[in-house]
Design a protein around this ligand. Sequence first.
Ligand SMILES: Nc1ncnc2c1ncn2[C@@H]1O[C@H](COP(=O)(O)OP(=O)(O)OP(=O)(O)O)[C@@H](O)[C@H]1O
Ligand SMILES: [Mg+2]
Length: 455
Amino acid sequence: MSDAASVFLIDDDRDLRKAMQQTLELAGFTVSPFASAIEALDVLSPEFGGVVISDIRMPGLDGLAFFQKVAALDPDLPVILVTGHGDIPMAVQAMQDGVYDFIAKPFAADRLVQSARRAEEKRRLVMENRALRRAAEAASDSLPLIGQTPVMERLRQTLKHIADTDVDVLVAGETGSGKEVVATLLHQWSRRRNGNFVALNCGALPETVIESELFGHEPGAFTGAVKKRIGRIEHASGGTLFLDEIEAMPPATQVKMLRVLEAREITPLGTNATRPVDIRVVAAAKVDLGDPAERGDFREDLYYRLNVVTLSIPPLRERHEDIPLLFSHFLTRAAERFQRDVPAVSPAVQHHLMSHSWPGNVRELSHFAERVALGVEGNLGEPLPPAAAGASLPERLERYEAEILKDALTAHRGDVKETLEALGIPRKTFYDKLQRHGINRADYVERSAPASSRE
Ligand SMILES: Nc1ncnc2c1ncn2[C@@H]1O[C@H](COP(=O)(O)OP(=O)(O)OP(=O)(O)O)[C@@H](O)[C@H]1O
Ligand SMILES: [Mg+2]
């Protein structure tokens, strides 16, 4: 089928057919005329991206019977029926059966064109959603790292290329951009895949705990160390150690970690004996550790040791073209999980997808898809009312403020301290504002546990 909006037009009356064809062509449609429904059925398929307009009273297959056959072929193919008999009960019944529109002759040219336009727009959305869903399914079958932008293609290539080497990797990217997905793939695509993938969130553990977590300890190494404990590093031996939020690793631990990376051995707390470990380290950072200003007290030598290969995942706002594909993937998955039909993507949702800046990146997008799948994403994407329409400046500022608060909460996953720092306002003001705007901080908190270990 051609890209131009197209109409299958069926009418046994030659003159009427010609007149309608002309009207539609003048309005920009590409028209395929047919003298009978049977002829049209021969060439119709679910791939047809246009709409069907048919007369009702025709010899052979009449318009209503024709509609049933079209609906069986593709229930989302809009059919507009035209009749010269102004038969109201029949029209009502036909609409209930799913006919897109019913037009009684005589009708104004405009009436036909408007109906065809709306039907065509609806069809276009259906076809777009189908194409996206197919692409998303194909993508997720073969790969959990979705994205067709050149930068994502390159990232996948590099991943494949280095996965099977033992080189340590630093993964850099904003929150929710897919650092853990990348780390997991490095493990799965390597010969270490049968070993453990051990994840440790360096930012989530207090300094006193992190070293015994990493290196393990002997009984009596410190107060409370009753039993011997195998550390995470040793646990990851033969597999992959994922150090998340490496920028938050306490300075003293950094020194010890550097030694581990260089010597590939550990010294459990409370012993002097070293034990060799066979690990591949993947570290993730939200900040640019190469930049002294962002690095803070992160050791430069450790940075250089980790920086053998750095994979940078760009934020979602810099790869807009991937948004529809990712969204479609998450929407299908969410609908499956909630056992709902996949909803059609409304123009308002589409607008939001492309205009929002996604500070929480792919994670935020997946949560948004869940809300759309549940139908709880309210009057989305509606433009702010113009001042003339009654919204005063303070009202508009209020709405703007609420958006900023929500974006900040999303970016910091509901973390009060981080959100306060980002917004630069006192705690009390923050809570007052949340209350005034009816924003619930808990809605933004991640559900997963901070320190995790999948083995
Ligand atoms: N390219 C992608 N394709 C499919 N899913 C993705 C992609 N990138 C991220 N995701 C999904 O988005 C969510 C967030 O990704 P991930 O946990 O890897 O982010 P992160 O960079 O580790 O975030 P944080 O810094 O907050 O820990 C996950 O559910 C992940 O599966
Ligand atoms: Mg992560």
